[in-house]
Design a protein around this ligand. Sequence first.
Ligand SMILES: [Zn+2]
Length: 153
Amino acid sequence: MPEKKKQHKQNKSGAAAPAKKKKCKKASTEKEVSERQRRILEIKKTLVQQKEQLLQEAGSALNTLPDENAFPDMGDQATAEIDRNFMLRLRGREQRLLKKIELALERIDNDTYGVCDICGCEIGIRRLEVRPVTTMCIECKTEQEEEEKVIEP
Ligand SMILES: [Zn+2]
């Protein structure tokens, strides 16, 4: 009998599996690269808009506050209150989203956008268009979710 195909099973003696070296699918032809860049620029526009919208929604609290002159004695206090309101408004989900958007925009400017944090491969452009703030490719994300399911009691 010719040699059997070895089943590729990870892990020896239960040691944590090291990050798999995966073959990256990369945009290779010039056409693919420029198409990807064009679509990333579209994503950038969307992200900028989304960021502005988030800030605007949070900031709309400012516009609904009474005029400062209505309370002449509490100038500084009112300003402090406005700041606090703004931060409260921008709490939680929005604040996290805003951070992610800023990070994504930074990465676009640094030319490091769309690269998976885990495996270093390019994230599919279609995935980026659906989830522009993602930092993981679909394979790594799926793997992570599966691991979490296992780990969770
Ligand atoms: Zn990955």
